[in-house]
Design a protein around this ligand. Structure first.
Ligand SMILES: NC(=O)c1ccc[n+]([C@@H]2O[C@H](COP(=O)([O-])OP(=O)(O)OC[C@H]3O[C@@H](n4cnc5c(N)ncnc54)[C@H](O)[C@@H]3O)[C@@H](O)[C@H]2O)c1
Length: 415
């Protein structure tokens, strides 16, 4: 089908109620060589990284963007001069000839953008963490399941070579029974400069930002450029480092080991690195209990970066050790490496192995799946499971007690 006939087909199959394509009609319309048209919602720091990734994928065109801050239009036009810009994401979703949407808005708006994009019949690349709360995660999971849209969550390590290595070794049975997974992520900043803090630009004013759209129902105490830029620091917009970073690792561990939802979570810590008015902790220890007789721990600090980021899968027959992200690692070797080490007591003739899988680009994987209608590497189910685990940890921290899955599911978050 040529580009024009495809557009004509889409136009003719659109139902009368404005922008709504029925999923069945939309599915399969994209041919192997058709140009895919993408819209982006929330094109700040991460969104602009994703923009660079998507424009590098062959046969893809970014045609429209929606953001509540006018500065973003100028920034994106430097990359895509003819892009159509909207202040309201719903106008973008009304465009019938957009095939897929990339959402990189702040966490507390993910669920709205997710549900609206699916309802408009768009395939979706949704940044992690999938949602700000557990009830929202359930809503998004149901919306995706009741459609046939291709949904990729922005958990890009699912497409990486080390993940493929870990899956391969686990599949070969050379790791044995895994009772404990130990993971961590550590960063540092110069004294007096808190992790994540961004100074608002001079044009970050009430005239240039749609503050109400950003708030998304949160209490309005007047326009606040600092909060708008630093939404990560406040519970009403964010889940802190658990939803910013633990999510990548917990999703990786859960999908590598095929773990179901945790049965319980415990999280402790506090704001110890920089007392700059933030609400979310910088020093964290999380323990997640799984019904598979597996415990997963994750630790984090913003006051030391020596050990970077890592995961150790501790099995009765072998260990998988993944280390990445630090410039000053104990090994002094490459930035990212994964190894398997046999437990000699159970595999006396086992050999150490260094990972060699190459992985694929996560964005390109989404585009491929839009054409083939296959399930992408980070599907909505993983977005859901990892989001629930992350929120269980935060609920435990905020209630200062161990929390079960049932308690977490019944918990109604407040702003
Ligand atoms: N996968 C990764 O490795 C990775 C890395 C960084 C960030 N992220 C995720 O990306 C998301 C965005 O993070 P960021 O650092 O780019 O934040 P950011 O504040 O830099 O960008 C968010 C953008 O969304 C816009 N926005 C706010 N409200 C909106 C609304 N109602 N409609 C449309 N646009 C709106 C803002 O104006 C801004 O341009 C977060 O969920 C974050 O966790 C993922």
């Amino acid at each position: 089908m040529t580009e024009n006939t495809r557009r004509e087909f889409i136009k003719n199959t659109a139902v009368a109620s404005a922008a709504f394509l029925t999923p069945k009609l939309a599915a399969g319309v994209i041919g192997a060589n058709d140009r895919i048209r993408i819209g982006m919602i929330g094109v700040g720091s991460r969104g602009q990284d994703l923009l660079k990734e998507i424009v590098a994928v062959p046969n893809v065109e970014v045609v429209a963007m929606a953001d509540v801050y006018t500065r973003r239009f100028d920034e994106v036009k430097r990359v895509v001069p003819n892009i159509q810009t909207f202040g309201d994401h719903r106008r973008l979703l009304e465009m019938k000839d957009i095939d897929g949407v990339i959402v990189a808005s702040p966490l507390h708006i993910h669920a709205k953008h997710f549900v609206d994009a699916i309802a408009a019949g768009k395939d979706l690349y949704a940044e992690k963490t999938m949602t700000w709360s557990i009830p929202e995660a359930e809503k998004c999971l149901n919306a995706a399941r009741n459609s046939d849209r291709v949904v990729q969550i922005g958990l890009q390590h699912e497409s990486g070579g080390p993940f493929a290595d870990a899956k391969q070794w686990l599949g070969q049975g050379i790791v044995g029974k895994v009772t404990l997974v130990d993971s961590w992520m550590s960063r540092n900043t110069p004294h007096g400069q808190g992790q994540w803090v961004r100074q608002p630009a001079a044009d970050c004013t009430a005239a240039n930002v749609n503050w109400q759209a950003f708030l998304n129902g949160r209490p309005d105490k007047g326009f606040d450029a600092y909060r708008f830029m630093n939404w990560r620091l406040y519970w009403m917009f964010s889940g802190g480092n658990v939803t910013e970073n633990m999510i990548h690792q917990i999703a990786w561990i859960m999908s590598a080991l095929d773990l179901p939802l945790p049965t319980a979570a415990n999280m402790s810590g506090g704001i110890f690195s920089e007392k700059d008015g933030r609400e979310v902790p910088d020093t964290i220890t999380v323990t997640l209990e799984f019904p598979t007789e597996t415990v997963v721990t994750w630790q984090s600090t913003f006051s030391n970066s020596r050990y970077g980021l890592g995961q150790k899968i501790l099995g009765s027959d072998g260990t998988i050790e993944y280390i990445a992200g630090a410039t000053d690692m104990v090994s002094g070797e490459s930035e990212e490496q994964i190894h398997y080490y046999p437990e000699k007591v159970n595999r006396p003739s086992g050999e150490a192995i260094t990972g060699s899988n190459r992985g694929v680009n996560h964005m390109a994987n989404w585009i491929d799946c839009m054409r083939t209608r296959k399930t992408p590497n980070a599907p909505v189910e993983l977005g859901y499971r990892s989001a629930v685990a992350a929120h269980m940890a935060n609920i435990s921290y905020r209630q200062r007690r161990r929390i079960t899955l049932e308690e977490a599911k019944a918990f109604q978050p407040e702003f």
